[in-house]
Design a binder for this molecule. Structure first.
Ligand code: C5P
Length: 403
């Protein structure tokens, strides 16, 4: 998560029972390399203590007691001015109302007025309070002023009521934070289409032919492109993964559906990253009813699926500026990848040997070689799929910058 590394995040926690979740957020942000300064309102101090946050961030946590100390000026100007992002999570209806009207009656609201960095608010309040016209009007006002909004989610509240008002979970909050921090990155304003997962080719209403792709590498690419500020369309075959916050998800099942979606989305796009494991063959006919075992083992007749990258090459001048393919090979890795690089008219290809236990399908790591159309070959060491994704996105950004 290099988009978070060494970034200064001012995390303001206000008086909601969801304040305990902010400790997890502070911890995960710190683990990702961010420098997290936490400020608690008096209401938040009723639910959690400064020690909780100091323990997970390794940094001083501030409260209103600091506001009246000798360093008050340094605090309310300095903390806000050096931050890359101010996150108010959870943000109560009361704090949102104060922010909307410029009230500055505690350290958090003073900082929100003094800060020159973007502000992200993650509302948390009981059902009904969020939907109240007053809260809605305050949120609208804040958004019009450029404040970013994360959530709230829907579900059960601490009161037992069910509705809109739950603080988003940590991974989603981090997704929103990444989106704001990355918005001016190297791919800002670029449209990047990513495909991911293994397509499923139906045999009958319950059975499919598919492969072992988990979708992890494709989803990591979508996240890395978002971190670099791109507008991301993620065309995904079924996976068990949550799409990254900010990606526009297009769900497909078969190679045919994926081809149709890619041709629509990739036309005129800045980049297409074809990480999906697309089935090469599908059953020639799909049985209308479940095939019964009493009839004995069926003979399957297969036919070729369309090659999506070949169809993309046919877009001609409307083809994406940069087209990247993936080659998962069990033998002759470089020869096979090189063949695909040229036959599919790619700008570069990411080749990985799927026979290694620490590389390829299902696992969290990958060992890849990048092959470029000008003949350059760049082997990368064993890395997490997130690191591979960042490396690919950096090469993509370099390619687009030199076009
Ligand atoms: O031909 P092969 O499947 O080995 O090539 C892999 C690359 O081609 C991947 O980028 C994959 O997403 C893409 N592909 C495709 N259409 C297919 C099969 C693969 O675009 N029908």
């Amino acid at each position: 998560m290099s988009v978070l590394a060494s970034r200064r995040i001012l995390l303001a926690v206000t008086g909601s029972i969801a304040a305990y979740k902010a400790a997890d957020l502070a911890s995960k942000l710190t683990q990702a390399g961010a420098l997290v300064d936490v400020v608690l309102t008096p209401g938040a101090e009723k639910f959690v203590t400064p020690l909780t946050f100091q323990s997970v961030t390794g940094r001083k946590t501030y409260t209103d007691a600091d506001l009246w100390g000798g360093e008050a000026h340094v605090l309310h100007v300095g903390l806000g001015q050096r931050a890359d992002l101010m996150v108010i999570a959870p943000a109560t209806a009361n704090t949102l109302a104060k922010l909307a009207h410029g009230v500055a009656d505690n350290l958090v609201t003073i900082l929100a007025l003094a800060a020159r960095c973007p502000i992200l608010v993650a509302p948390a309040m009981d059902a009904g309070m969020y939907e109240h016209p007053a809260t809605q009007a305050n949120i609208r006002l804040l958004q019009e002023r450029g404040v970013y909004l994360a959530g709230p989610g829907e579900g059960r509240m601490a009161s037992g009521l069910v509705g809109l008002g739950r603080l988003l979970e940590t991974p989603e909050l981090i997704g929103h934070i990444r989106l704001v921090l990355g918005r001016h990155g190297r791919l800002a304003g670029k449209k990047v289409v990513v495909t991911a997962g293994g397509t499923q080719e139906p045999l009958d209403p319950v059975r499919v032919l598919t492969n072992k792709s988990s979708g992890k590498q494709g989803y990591a690419l979508a996240q890395a492109a978002l971190d670099a500020g791109a507008n991301v369309v993620l065309i995904s075959a079924p996976t068990a993964l949550k799409p990254p916050v900010g990606a526009h998800l297009v769900s497909v099942q078969t190679a045919e559906e994926m081809k149709d979606a890619v041709l629509v989305e990739a036309e005129g796009a800045d980049a297409l990253l074809m990480a999906a494991a697309v089935a090469d063959f599908r059953p020639k006919t799909v049985a209308p009813d479940k095939i019964k075992k009493q009839a004995g083992a069926p003979q399957l007749e297969l036919e070729a699926t369309p090659d999506i990258l070949v169809a993309v090459a046919g877009l001609g001048s409307r083809r994406p500026t940069c087209v990247v393919g993936f080659a998962a090979e069990s033998r002759d890795l470089l020869e096979n990848a090189d063949l695909k690089l040229h036959s599919k008219q790619l700008d570069f290809i990411v080749a990985n040997d799927i026979t290694a236990p620490d590389s390829g399908f299902g696992v969290d790591t990958n060992r890849v070689v990048l092959l470029f159309s000008d003949g350059r070959k760049l082997p990368l060491p064993l890395m997490s799929k997130e690191q591979v994704a960042e490396a690919v996105i950096n090469h993509l950004a370099g390619f687009l910058e030199h076009k």
